[in-house]
Ligand binder design. Sequence first.
Ligand code: ADP
Length: 158
Amino acid sequence: MKKAIYPGSFDPITNGHLNIIERALDIFDSVTVLISINPHKTPLFSLEESLEMITEATQHWPQVTVDYNEGLTVDYARRNGISTAVRGLRAVTDFEHEFSMALTNRSLWPDFDTVFLMTRVDYMYLSSSVVRQVAQLGGDVSQFVPSTIERRLKAKFV
Ligand code: ADP
């Protein structure tokens, strides 16, 4: 059974993230979407909201589970017997950061590997921060996120 984690902030989950999950499911038997809690950042959505939103957005994929982690991703992975992470790459600007994170994780746990999936070209400029900004300014985010998330974003900014 090939298992992977997909760690990230997912604040909120977007169609770009969902596309990465869908394609990861062609490679792995199961994917755990792992909300990484960053104690230095205040997210727009609470952990409970994010867990609910990601569960809703992935409910049609029984091979997907959703969880969260406060410490090192590799510690979570090791505890759960998962030695592969999936990450998405949008542009060269993502590369440097992803490269150093992947190498750091491997130095913390030599069996740990990261698989990168290139974004679909239509999601190349899509990020959670763009979605938050557009929603805050009253713009239409229906092409960026599932309708359940769109509703929740509207509710945040009324
Ligand atoms: P983080 O703060 O850990 O980067 P994000 O939720 O922003 O968390 O992103 C999680 C992962 O998903 C990262 O590998 C990121 O590059 C990838 N990702 C985000 N948006 C897209 C997208 N539109 N297309 C492909 N990959 C994406």
